[in-house]
Design a protein. Structure first.
Length: 107
């Protein structure tokens, strides 16, 4: 079971997160998502537990649990959606000729 963990304290380590989830069963992996430039935590992570039953127990017990200085949010992770290239933040072809903020004005 792949589990999303949100609202993480930015100082939380993968070991701390693993220990919290191991109370409910075997933890296959823990990955805190970090900024690719600074390396700082983005405040969320993914935890994989091989047993669906143990994963659900962890999900039920840890949603709202105080870890560090924050109450974490725990949900079953949704599959990652494919995002089209050039989407809302991708730039893409904007068309037009650029400039021209004063078009049509006489000076």
């Amino acid at each position: 079971m792949n589990i999303y963990v949100g609202n993480l304290d930015f100082k939380t380590t993968e070991d701390e997160l693993k220990k919290a989830f191991e109370q409910y069963g075997q933890v296959e992996s823990v990955k805190i998502i970090t900024d690719k430039y600074s390396g700082d935590s983005k405040g969320f992570a993914f935890v994989e537990m091989p047993s669906e039953q143990e994963g659900k127990a962890a999900l039920d017990a840890l949603d709202g649990y105080m870890l560090g200085s924050r109450n974490i949010k725990v949900n079953e992770a949704r599959p990652r959606e494919d995002r089209p290239s050039g989407g809302p933040r991708g730039g893409g072809n904007r068309g037009g000729a650029g400039g021209g903020g004063n078009r049509g004005k006489r000076w």
